[in-house]
Design a binder for this molecule. Structure first.
Ligand code: KIV
Ligand code: ZN
Length: 506
């Protein structure tokens, strides 16, 4: 039997993913995502673009220090100062890679770089050689490769490999390719670049025409053995290829691809939830693999089929991607020990202080809600172990609203042990509540986006509110959960205030 070829998974959620407008994450959030990626068995984690800001530099540095099993990668333009920054930020990594990119399409060379072909070739050689003088593992990307002149592209790739690139990545930077065309590009690179066998061919596809996954898979079919992707497909503009879809396509169709990855697929849903939470990007219910409806059957015929034999309508077992059919786990009589054990089973370890806080919150949720599910526990823990100082806390909330009543909300907040109370009216109870919080905290917020999702099903489900607000000139994403949606809304907004007071970037 032919053994399956391994396809390396290069995750760029923390770099290209973070380039999605409004998706930026703070260092603690990036570290949490990096640890989820490492637990999943991601081969390479692109942690950021170190030269672009101190925040990015420090985040790459922190990820490089924390991650032990995956290679940590930093992006750099083909210039010394970028390569130096990437090198410095990766100093503590157990396994490090510098990813150098340089545009090779006519349109980019002429208008963006204002360089001739000869100059571009020389820049690529110099940059890869310089990066190689810093470390062994160098990746080179001819940006906008899919719109580059073929012969010129072959030449740049050949020279980059000669200069020492171990991986050559072929980006479809603007998502322009069609799957057949892109697969052919990879096949032709294999045929026309004489030293191509000395390197791994990687692919990096954008989703402008909704083809990022299809293009990546077509490239794998034609010999690419590294794929660059992001959780939930987040990324610049319409996003990147979605990791969960690529990984599950390879796992579900080994007969077609003859390839596998090292990804622990049971972690996919959890990672998706984490990224959605930190970026504030809600996952569409019909999103393949990780969407809320991805394994739900509505039609009676389908339900009947699945009950008789799941494979009639299911090509993936939900448990293989960690899709949790909500199972009852804890109730109001459960003790601290059972709570801690269940968290451990979910892979969550807390300090004693965090555990105390989370347990008190669990008890109050269990009082209101008879059944506490795994998703509830995750939401409680995420809510109670915020990455910032809780300067302001919500003491109480009362509201009067109805069809013919002007909404009137009374909010009581605590700050350094002192209680402050305010009544406010507004267009609706949430507007009134946010005005009262603005008045008390003296921080004026502009609500840019608001969404609510139920954590589990049922009328008593926890509601998770995500707000995007502008405060003190910063755009902040924050969350709050409660069985009461007004309370969840107040907590989310207050968490944004606390984030801004802690000086945290989004
Ligand atoms: O889309 C792109 O071309 C990139 C490169 C930096 C690889 O993100
Ligand atoms: Zn990209």
């Amino acid at each position: 039997m032919k053994t399956e070829d391994k396809v390396l998974i290069f995750d760029t959620t923390l770099r290209d993913g973070e380039q999605a407008p409004g998706a930026s994450m703070n260092e603690k959030e990036k570290l949490e995502i990096a640890s989820a990626l490492e637990r999943m068995g991601v081969d390479i984690i692109e942690a950021g673009f170190p030269v672009i800001s101190d925040g990015d530099f420090n985040a790459v540095k922190a990820v490089a220090k924390a991650v032990k099993n995956s290679t940590v990668c930093g992006l750099a333009r083909a210039i010394k100062k970028d390569i130096d920054a990437a090198h410095l930020s990766l100093k503590n990594a157990k396994k490090a890679r510098i990813h150098v990119f340089l545009a090779t399409s006519k349109i980019h060379m002429q208008y963006k770089l204002r360089k001739t072909k000869e100059e571009i070739i020389q820049m690529a050689i110099d940059a890869v050689k310089y990066a190689r003088s810093k470390m062994e593992d160098i990746e080179f990307s001819p940006e906008d490769a899919s719109r580059s002149e073929r012969d010129f592209l072959y030449k740049v790739v050949e020279e980059a490999i000669k200069a020492g690139a171990r991986t050559v990545n072929i980006p479809d930077t603007v998502g322009y390719s069609m799957p057949e065309q892109y697969g052919d590009l990879i096949a032709q690179i294999k045929n026309n670049v004489p030293n191509i066998n000395k390197t791994v061919i990687s692919v990096h596809c954008h989703n402008d025409l909704g083809l990022a996954v299809a293009n990546s898979l077509s490239a794998i079919k034609n010999g690419a053995r590294q794929v660059e992707c992001t959780i939930n497909g987040v990324g610049e503009r319409a996003g990147n290829a979605s990791m969960e879809e690529i990984v599950m396509a390879l796992k579900t169709r080994p007969d077609f691809f003859g390839c596998s990855t090292g990804i622990v697929t049971k972690e996919l849903c959890r990672a998706s939830r984490l990224v959605s939470k930190f970026t504030g990007f809600v996952v569409a219910p019909n999103k393949a693999i990780v969407g809320h409806n991805a394994f739900r059957h509505e039609s009676g015929i389908h339900q009947d089929g699945v009950l008789k034999e799941p494979t009639t309508y299911e090509i993936i077992r939900p448990e293989d991607v960690g899709f949790m059919e909500t199972g009852l786990v804890l109730g109001k009589h459960s003790g601290r020990h059972a709570f801690k054990q269940r968290l451990a089973l979910l892979g969550i370890t807390l300090s004693d202080e965090e555990l105390d806080k989370a347990f008190v919150r669990f008890k109050s949720v269990a009082d209101k809600k008879k059944q506490v599910f795994d998703e509830d526990l995750q939401a409680i823990v995420e809510d109670e172990t915020k990455v910032f100082q809780k300067a302001w806390s919500l003491e109480s909330l009362e509201s009067k609203s109805g069809t013919h009543i002007n909404p009137d909300v009374r909010v009581a907040l605590k700050y350094k042990g002192k209680l402050k109370v305010k009544n406010s009216t507004g267009d609706g109870p949430i507007d009134a509540c946010y005005k009262a919080i603005d008045d008390i905290t003296k921080i004026k917020g502009e609500l840019l986006d608001y969404s609510i999702q139920s954590v589990t099903q049922g009328k008593d489900a926890l509601g998770e509110v995500t707000v995007k607000v502008r405060m003190k000139g910063k755009v902040i994403i924050a969350h709050g959960t409660s069985t009461d949606i007004l309370e969840a809304s107040a907590k989310a907004y207050l968490n944004a205030v606390n984030k801004v007071l802690s000086g945290l970037k989004e």
